[in-house]
Design a protein around this ligand. Sequence first.
Ligand code: NCD
Length: 338
Amino acid sequence: MNFVGSHILSVDQFDRSAMEQVFSVADEMTPYALRRRITRVLEGAILSNMFLEPSTRTRISFGCAFNMLGGEVRETTELKASALAKGESLHDTARVLSGYSDVIAMRHPDAGSVAEFAQASRVPVLNAGDGPNEHPSQALLDLYTIRKELKSRDRGVDGLRIAMVGDLKYGRAVHSLCKLLSLHDRIHYKLVAPPGLGLPGDMVERLREKDHQVSEYEQLEMGIDHVDIVYVTRTQEERFPSQEEADRYRGLFRLNQAIYTQHCEPNTVIMHPLPRDSRAQAQELDDDLIENPNLAIFRQTDNGVLVRMALFALVLDVADEVHNHAQPVTWYTAKRFT
Ligand code: NCD
């Protein structure tokens, strides 16, 4: 895969060597993300962050990643605050924004919209989530986290056993991660979802065609035994035709420490793309897991910056130049607490 100048729209663009490339550049970014070194390699470059759906970590980590490479960020955070609300086409918005920026990160409520937008863009577009379809940078950071977690247990990804729990129908993070994992050998996917929220049939088919094992469950307890990773997701309420229908699914699968201790193998890693729903009746990941050392949710968010820095560096063709534009830490970063 040639990253330079490319849009990153789907994990289907990746093969194993492209993933390795992203992860090895991400490793290189660690001292910059930890603020132990500064680089100005993207000085003068501008990222347009166009997030037309709610977001905290994806938007801010794309922005911080760009800042940490020395670039500047312009934000649009609401559909109704953009000219799309006046009827402007994705084509025209893309043509305009790409005249102002060097790269665009875009989140949009409709499947396929970011690809449509990218067709008219003159600069690379990174898909930050298009409706229920895909979320490639999330899947990359999840896989990067899985690799690190397994490495500390002397394991690689081939032969992984993973439980995917929750809304597998609308969860774009799950869709992208399932596809990315399928590039490895002998994955056992244990899919735990209530009736009506299972992984789309064509995706299940595709995983089986690649000789992976797929098992489906409707009970949490049955799906989370004998796995290396439990990947829990939020019910994507905003995608349901009505709130009433969404409410039917709220809080169906709640993982807490007692269930974990009783049903999971020791050291099973717990992941979630976040946000987890903390409202009463939801809480798909109970607060009592916070002391569990296998809860990797904040290691995932930390890794997100590294992976997004790597994507920018590769797409904008500065991956080999990052260290050449390194500077000593400033007075402030030297005194920083963490
Ligand atoms: C996910 C998303 O937006 O798809 N969040 C994220 O980007 N980390 C998952 C979710 O919203 O449930």
